[in-house]
Write a protein that binds this ligand. Structure first.
Ligand code: ZN
Length: 459
């Protein structure tokens, strides 16, 4: 592969933004050199651009069973959208089928993603169908480079684990060095509240919010932390949305417990006022947990700044309003939960975070790339602009704007959560292992470019 140099840009390294040339050779960052000093076969002028480590999105659901049918992005269309939006590595969730042994899940999802992805990829194995030797089988996946698993504390009768199973999975992860992603909501309480709402005739999508009060998240986070501390494991909470839950995580971390957590783009940028309508379109925002108050949102930003939340993921779970979500027209419980965002995560977080003065450029790079890579065993190959790392680079124009819309998006779904928003910044170009995969917010590379990345256990 020919070598090239990126020059004149503001390069966001782990030591902060600096002026440096980046020499890329054979898909790898070969050298950081004083501005204007590097020589290569071709030169990319990044004047006026911010050069970021390629985004790492550790929470996507592509071609995944959800309610009726599947999420609408295949691994091909979903990773094109990732590339378009500045994300160069995804970790997808592989959902276990009923009774499916984990090694069979590994084979099935590996085959499904192989040759389909526009960017590099891995997956977490979701544990939702228990069998006696399952914790032993977890170890075989860790050996194959899948060093993380997911469990749900909600959706009883579908995917929810009970406390004993949660304990056993956490205990197994401690000796394996694997990491457990936890969907923390109290499923039993949510089911009871939902039933009551429907019994009272409250079936519109707006009631999705009332069915999942803040305490159902905080209680589950607290319970999981207490169970995890019995096992010396390192739980990772997905999609935290509330002040109360973040407070629990912050307290645990202050005690020195190895607890980490993410929030998602939509919790940082949208709030629960979207549910103040009887319109069925509110179903767009039926995602789990629901959008929260402005006060919760402020707490999430503060926690990102202070490190108690370390990752921003998309929880990309695209489901069309027409043909999928509208199956819940008469009962909000039948609306499949989820919303799209793999394409929008980097820009919306930049616009709401950096452009509004809530995050420094350095912190922004950490939460969209470095910390997710470190948490899930991809670093130092991914997640940072450093010598020896893959040349995964996202060049962003901070002086331009981008209008977000379902009309113009790459992700394969019939709406956009930020429809009509003119966000600050524009994705100028995206490189994956030195290959151009995104340009001016569009995917441009080959569909089969993405490689499976084996992930290390936690240190
Ligand atoms: Zn999810």
């Amino acid at each position: 592969m020919t070598s090239f140099v990126i020059t004149n840009g503001t390069v966001v390294t782990e030591d902060g933004p600096i002026d440096t040339d980046i020499l890329v050779d054979d898909g790898v960052i070969a050298r950081l050199a004083p501005p204007g000093s590097a020589r290569a076969e071709s030169v990319i002028d990044a004047s006026g651009l911010v050069v970021l480590p390629g985004g790492v999105d550790v929470h996507t659901h592509m071609d995944s069973p959800s309610g009726l049918g599947h999420t609408t992005d295949t691994h091909q269309t979903g990773t094109r959208a990732a590339a378009a939006g500045g994300t160069t590595t995804i970790i997808d969730f592989a959902p276990q089928s009923k009774g499916e042994p984990l090694p069979a899940l590994y084979e099935r999802w590996s085959e499904k993603m192989y040759g389909q992805c526009a960017v590099d990829y891995s997956f977490h194995a979701t544990i939702s169908s228990w069998y006696p030797s399952i914790t032993t089988d977890m170890a075989s996946l860790v050996n194959d480079g899948i060093s993380s698993f997911k469990v749900y504390m909600a959706y009883k009768g579908a995917v929810m684990v009970d406390d004993r199973q949660l304990f056993e999975v956490l205990r197994a992860s401690a000796s394996q060095g694997s990491r457990i992603c936890i969907h923390a909501e109290n499923g039993d309480v949510i089911d009871a509240i939902s039933q009551q709402l429907v019994d009272e005739g409250k079936t519109l999508p707006r009631y999705h919010k009332l069915a999942r009060p803040s305490a159902t998240e905080a209680e589950a986070v607290n319970r999981a932390i207490m169970i995890a501390r019995l096992t010396d494991s390192a739980p990772y909470f997905v999609h935290l949305s509330t002040e109360e839950a973040v407070d629990r995580v912050q307290e645990a971390r202050a005690e020195g417990l190895p607890v980490s957590a993410e929030t998602c783009t939509h919790y940082l940028s949208l709030d629960d006022s979207v549910y103040d309508s009887d319109d069925f379109d509110v179903a767009k925002y039926v995602l789990t947990p629901p959008l929260r108050t402005r006060r919760d949102q402020a707490r999430l930003w503060k926690a990102l700044g202070e490190g108690d939340l370390s990752v921003v993921s998309s929880d990309h779970c695209p489901l069309c309003l027409v043909g999928q979500k509208d199956k819940g027209r008469h009962d909000f419980r039948d609306i499949p939960n989820g919303g799209p965002g793999v394409e929008n995560r980097v820009l919306v977080t930049y616009s709401e975070g950096v452009a509004k003065g809530r995050l420094t450029l350095e912190k922004f790079a950490q939460v969209i790339a470095t910390e997710p890579a470190k948490t899930f065993g991809l670093y130092p190959r991914k997640g940072a602009i450093r010598v020896g790392a893959d040349a995964d680079l996202t060049l962003l124009n901070p002086d331009s704007t981008t209008v977000l819309s379902a009309e113009t998006q790459t992700q394969n779904v019939d709406y956009n959560l930020w429809e009509g928003w003119a966000v600050r910044g524009r994705i100028h170009s995206v490189y994956s292992r030195g290959v151009l995969v995104g340009s001016d917010g569009r995917h441009v590379g080959p569909d089969h470019h993405g490689q499976f990345i084996e992930r290390a256990v936690r240190s």
